[in-house]
Ligand binder design. Structure first.
Ligand code: IFM
Length: 804
């Protein structure tokens, strides 16, 4: 069953049935002013922090309410409905609607009783307020007299938790006033005398506003209870039922903005108005409202600017393959998902309620990888930031606060850090993610000078990027377990594996091995022969150790417990086969051809399902060791044998690196949201964005996906597809092209910007192979192999690769 379709030209997902199996959301705005909106207008807004800058209220784990509601009322019949299907929820026989989620805007179209409405929600580029631009058309044969009411529910406190749970306090600091065309919502209004830069008990007076432009306000209300009416709800507010708002203002309890306008429409006539929301003082709010004297022109310009901004970013890499599902993800939705994850980290969604007030180290360093080919300059800024969150011992700060102050931070070695962040110790893998991320950035951008850039450490001192990487490696060297493999510490990538100082992780060992391969390239660039020799020798030793300790007949094990027991061996009753060590043995370059073929075959047989490969099998139940925290989850869920979507990206990459194009693509399709558009009743999650995990075969809801949008899946799948399937593998000196595609693809093309040049790439597959290059031509010149040295590239470079 489907609820909509992809409009690839406009880069929109169009929801044609509003009764989706879950709220299907979109992101608007920037970290300065962020907003989430569902296909039924549910959602919230915040300035700077989802936790401490909450402006519009949303009740999590509920029925997607409240939201940015616009009610339309026919003053003749007294019938009313909403511009989004909910909250009024008219019978879908008579109410027709579409929701168009686009790049940083969402449009709702509705047709009901001869009235057509279109509302477009967006945050103008580089602005810190939101716009609800409404067009109403009379599609009937007679004149219509309507009341249009906009409703915004303010939080009583910028702090989301205080708003939700500390009512004895937060209800008594709010008030609202009406000013010409808007409701002003004030928190701590009694502190209006406090001078700028000063605070009383860390508090300040704060103003928010909800304004109407394009029509005079006919009636208004600033008090939630008065607007809704006792024992009414969002679906039937008395203020809307009556066609007139009460004029009541809030003094204590719950403030809101409700503004109503009269709209007389001749047959065929269209009128436009806009509601505006923000956290602004009186003068600034006034100035913003004044920009919308001509609502239609202003909104049209702003929307053009916004789509222009996002589409330009996406245009840096566009692909045309025989698979529409693949193209729509790579060209728009996976790419946009990568940007949203890059921007919002895990701070704000319908599942991340805003309480994680910082960046997880590994998550953020991984997220960067997804945007490098699209916006290397954005990646660079974040890489600098993350390197500045590396402790001088080489480890990463598990949580990098949004207020991060490089050079002055406490570390997990300090009780104060542990108390403030709740992270008691270092994780084994955090800083190791820097290796592929920094390498990919330099290879894409050609910015080799970055290797020598000096960046502070989180706690003290500073060093070049090269030295930062050496310290990251040293962190692992200094935290080895009893067998000489990296210790598992507080966790590795898998948050549910607490292996401790004496346990060891094969996943981290493989990352460590891979880090050495990458660092050797940096050392070669630096002509640091002594260090290269050191790496060469250490890597050999490590490789032997991993092979001796971790290869178990037809699989790589997952590691060792604190007590020295093997995790993931063939004969274990539970969790005897794990996904990540198999794919990472390939990605890291450690696995021999024979090991790779055997273990990946084992993945196909033991772990793969129609929705992707599960993380391990069988799930933990009775045989979990101390530290196997996955046992707390239901079987088939999250780390306990769920299909952890992030790992699917590594699996795609591993198969592609092996030249198994068919299998890589199969793995892509199994978990790709776009490929499940027609199974929406099973997947439940938005068909245009990734989720954290899909329930595995041990769950009664096999195939149902969870935790939308903000997930490392976006970047791992992007890398798996771009670097793996499409084979775009830049290095310091140029670009290697090594596609690994389904044998039945005849050809595909890529438009790619690369180091200030544009590449038009055509890949032909006349012999229907899955991988391999017969010839590569650059501007008609035949290359030696499948590599394009950067010197061969011109402003408009024509590339033709023939596979065989
Ligand atoms: O790797 C972690 C991530 O950092 C947070 N979500 C769960 C993943 C797997 O445990």
């Amino acid at each position: 069953m489907n609820f909509g379709y992809f409009d690839d030209e406009k880069r929109e997902y169009v929801i044609t049935r509003p009764d989706t199996p879950a709220p299907w959301a979109n992101y608007l705005g920037s970290p300065e002013y962020g907003a989430l909106i569902s296909n039924n207008a549910g959602g919230y807004s915040f300035a700077r922090s989802g936790a401490n800058g909450r402006i519009l209220r949303y009740i999590f784990n509920q029925f997607d309410q409240p939201g940015r509601y616009i009610y339309l009322r026919d003053n003749e019949s007294k019938d009313y409905w909403s511009a989004s299907w909910q909250p009024v929820g008219k019978d879908l026989e008579s109410y027709k609607s579409e929701c168009h989620h686009g790049t940083a805007y969402t449009k709702m179209l509705a047709d009901y009783s001869g009235i057509h409405s279109e509302v477009c929600y967006y945050v103008p580029l580089n602005q810190t307020y939101e716009v609800w631009h409404l067009k109403v058309t009379n599609a009937s044969a007679c004149e219509r007299n309507l009341t249009i009411t906009g409703y915004a529910e303010f939080t009583n406190n910028n702090n989301y938790e205080q708003d939700q749970v500390n009512l004895q306090y937060s209800q008594f600091i709010t008030s609202t006033v009406f000013e010409t065309n808007r409701i002003r919502h004030i928190i701590h209004g009694n502190l209006d005398w406090v001078k700028e830069g000063e605070e009383v008990d860390n508090k300040l007076a704060i103003s928010r506003f909800f304004a109407l432009t394009g029509a005079p306000v006919d009636s208004y209300c600033g008090d939630k209870e008065s607007f809704l009416g006792r024992y009414h709800g969002y679906h039937n507010p008395v203020g809307v039922e009556n066609g007139k708002l009460s004029g009541e203002m809030c003094y204590n309890e719950n403030g809101c903005g409700a503004l109503a306008a009269q709209m007389l429409l001749k047959p065929g006539e269209t009128k436009e108005i806009a509601f505006l929301v923000g956290m602004k003082e009186h003068e600034e709010a006034e100035a913003i409202c004044n920009r919308y004297a001509d609502v239609a022109a202003q909104c049209e310009t702003e929307l053009k600017e916004l789509t222009g901004y996002w589409h330009e970013k996406l245009e840096h890499f566009q692909v045309h393959t025989p698979s529409r599902e693949f193209d729509t993800m790579i060209n728009t939705w996976n790419a946009y998902n990568c940007f949203m994850t890059f921007i919002w980290s895990r701070a704000a969604s319908f599942f991340y309620c805003g309480l994680r007030n910082g960046y997880g180290y590994r998550d953020t360093v991984q997220d960067i990888q997804g945007v490098i080919h699209l916006a290397p300059e954005m990646a660079l800024e974040k890489i600098r930031f993350m390197l500045s969150a590396q402790v001088d011992n080489g480890g990463g700060l598990p949580l990098v606060k949004f207020t991060h102050n490089a050079g002055h931070e406490d570390t997990p070695d300090d009780a104060s850090y542990v108390q403030e962040t709740g992270h008691p110790a270092y994780r084994a893998d955090d800083a190791l993610w820097l290796f592929p991320t920094v390498y990919k950035y330099i290879a894409e951008s050609g910015n080799l000078a970055f290797i020598d850039e000096v960046i502070p450490f989180a706690n003290k001192d500073e060093a070049t990027v090269y030295e930062h990487l050496k310290r990251a490696l040293a962190f692992s060297v200094n935290h080895l377990g009893p067998h000489g493999l990296p210790a598992g510490l507080y966790a590795d990538w898998n948050d549910c594996l607490r292996l401790g100082k004496n346990g060891e992780s094969s996943f981290v060992a493989l990352q460590f091995y891979y880090a050495m391969t990458i660092l050797k390239q940096f050392a070669a660039y630096k002509e640091d022969q002594a260090y290269m020799d050191y790496l060469e020798e250490e890597q050999k030793k490590l490789g032997t150790l991993i092979n001796n300790l971790c290869w178990n007949e037809d699989r790589f094990i997952r590691g060792f417990t604190e007590a020295g027991e093997v995790i993931g061996k063939r004969t274990d009753p539970e969790a005897n086969m794990w996904l990540n060590p198999q794919s990472w043995a390939v990605i890291s370059g450690l696995a021999t051809k024979q090991q790779a073929e055997l273990s990946m075959e084992n993945v196909r047989k033991r772990l793969n399902t129609e929705y992707g490969a599960i993380l391990m099998d069988p799930p933990y139940h009775l045989h979990a060791f101390d530290g196997a925290l996955a046992v707390i989850y239901n079987p088939g869920t999250k780390e306990n044998a769920g299909i952890f979507s992030q790992s699917q990206g590594w699996l795609i990459l591993a198969e592609a690196l092996l030249g198994h194009g068919d299998q890589a693509f199969t793995y892509f399709m199994e978990n790709a949201p776009s490929a499940q558009n027609d199974r929406a009743e099973i997947r439940k999650l938005e068909p245009y964005c990734y989720g954290q995990f899909t329930e595995g075969k041990d769950s009664p809801h096999f195939g149902r996906s969870h935790v939308h949008w903000l997930t490392g899946t976006a970047s791992t799948v992007m890398v798996g597809c771009v670097e793996g399937i499409l084979g775009m593998r830049p290095d310091f000196g140029g670009l290697r092209i090594a596609p690994s595609i389904p044998a039945d693809w005849d050809q595909f093309t890529i438009e790619k910007d690369f180091r200030g040049k544009h590449l038009h790439i055509v890949v032909e597959n006349p012999e229907h192979v899955q991988s391999g290059c017969k010839a590569l031509y650059v501007n008609e010149e035949k290359m030696e192999d499948n590599y394009i040295p950067v010197e061969k590239m011109t402003d408009q470079t024509k590339v033709r690769l023939v596979m065989a």
